[in-house]
Design a protein around this ligand. Structure first.
Ligand code: GAL
Length: 384
């Protein structure tokens, strides 16, 4: 080999070695990350006015996905998921501290019950007896009343299972609370899996017949909480019908096909595409297209700016699609960011609104001896 050739060969060898070492190192660090343990940590979040300590739990998986949940209202306060370039971003609306949640908000990230959405005038009849619930929304009952499950302290315990790390929450809703019949014993388990899923399992038993409709109320913005509106997000809903509502958002009883209407999300389209044709914006229960019982995909949402994808899977028959129409920029959230109108969207898996007054809707009545169960999974990915 001539001197010049030897030099070129030497440089070539050096570059190859450097590259090979780099690849080995990065492979090693990736495999280390993959083996990284799922974590759950706990810190104090604050105190309620009656002196009860409230905690904040941080769930973390090996991909760095992080979920923060407080046992006040079972609220998901933070959800860090990777974007297309691997950067983590917080994609749920909320506050930095308990004080701001205590001051009241539009159910950011909370568990909702005893009945998600509205019951007309707060009235229903069950087994021949008339019940009157607390009214808190234009004379109607909304999201469990004046003090729903979003405003109570749940007892909490940490979960470590082969499936992931989680938080188990328990609450005993007393007979007569907000006007509901019977004691209701509720358990909700939030689980973060290695597959970047946030799974929510609900179970409840009652000692008297009672309506039950539990759900979760995160406001998502896949571009990042406080980063503008969600109008450019593309949405697919696996629903060929929706429940028509009156001006106060109470179902009329009509179940209308979405085909040919702005409610048709059976093929993906942006939220903004036809929102102006829907008075007030989307705030409707979509009737999920089902062939069988069990967990089924209900929705897929994609944000082109971040490449984040979210799927919603559920065992429920309905999905409330709410586009943050009542947000108006007056709420300052985490890091002082302002949440504008349409600054987040909710996909609340549940039974239809006002079911106790619509015998034709799937029943929401839980009887003693039976167990209410529902599972909803929010699954995160990026579009490749
Ligand atoms: C949604 C509901 C909206 C509104 C919102 C809270 O679940 O569908 O009508 O009440 O909660 O501001």
């Amino acid at each position: 080999m001539r001197n010049r050739d030897r030099k070129i060969f030497g440089v070539f060898l050096a570059i190859t070695l450097i590259l090979a070492t780099g690849v080995t190192l990065s492979a090693r660090s990736t495999s280390k990350e993959n083996k990284g343990a799922m974590e759950i940590t706990k810190e104090e979040f604050g105190h309620t006015p009656d002196g009860r300590t409230v905690n904040l739990y941080t769930l973390k998986n090996a991909n760095g996905m992080t979920v923060k949940i407080t046992n006040y209202g079972g609220i998901v306060t933070e959800l860090m998921v990777p974007d297309g370039s691997g950067r983590l971003g917080d994609i749920v609306l909320g506050f930095d501290n308990l004080k701001e949640y205590l001051a009241g908000d539009p159910y950011f990230g909370a568990l909702i019950g005893r009945y998600g959405n509205r019951i007309a005038k707060g009235k229903f009849t069950l087994d021949g007896k008339a019940y009157s619930l607390a009214t808190n929304n234009n004379g109607n009952h909304l999201h469990g009343g004046i003090k729903g499950y979003d405003k109570v302290v749940w007892s909490a315990s940490e979960v470590r299972s082969p499936e992931g790390v989680g938080l188990k929450l328990n609450y005993l809703s007393k007979d007569g609370e907000e006007g509901y019949p019977g004691n209701l014993n509720i358990t909700v388990v939030y689980l973060l899996t290695p597959m970047n899923e946030l799974k929510i399992d609900y179970a409840a038993t009652a000692d008297r017949p009672t309506p039950v409709n539990l759900t979760h109320h995160s406001y998502f913005n896949l571009a990042g909480a406080g980063k503008g509106t969600i109008l450019d997000h593309e949405v697919m809903l696996n629903a060929d019908a929706y429940t028509v509502v009156d001006a106060s958002l109470i179902p009329t009883g009509e179940i209308r096909k979405v085909s040919g209407t702005p409610f048709d999300f059976t093929k993906p389209k942006t939220i903004g595409a036809e929102i102006s044709k829907v008075e007030g914006g989307y705030d409707h229960n979509f009737v999920l297209t089902r062939k069988a019982y069990g967990l089924q995909m209900a929705a897929r949402v994609y944000d082109p700016t971040s490449a984040r994808l979210m799927e919603v899977w559920t065992t429920e028959p309905g999905l409330q699609f709410y586009t943050g129409n009542f947000l108006d920029g007056s709420i300052k959230g985490k890091c002082g960011l302002v949440y504008p109108k349409n600054g987040g969207f909710c996909l609340e898996a549940q039974h239809y609104p006002d079911s106790p007054n619509h015998p034709e809707f799937p029943s929401t009545i839980l009887n003693p001896g039976a167990t209410y169960r529902q599972q909803t999974v929010y699954r995160f990915d990026i579009k490749k």
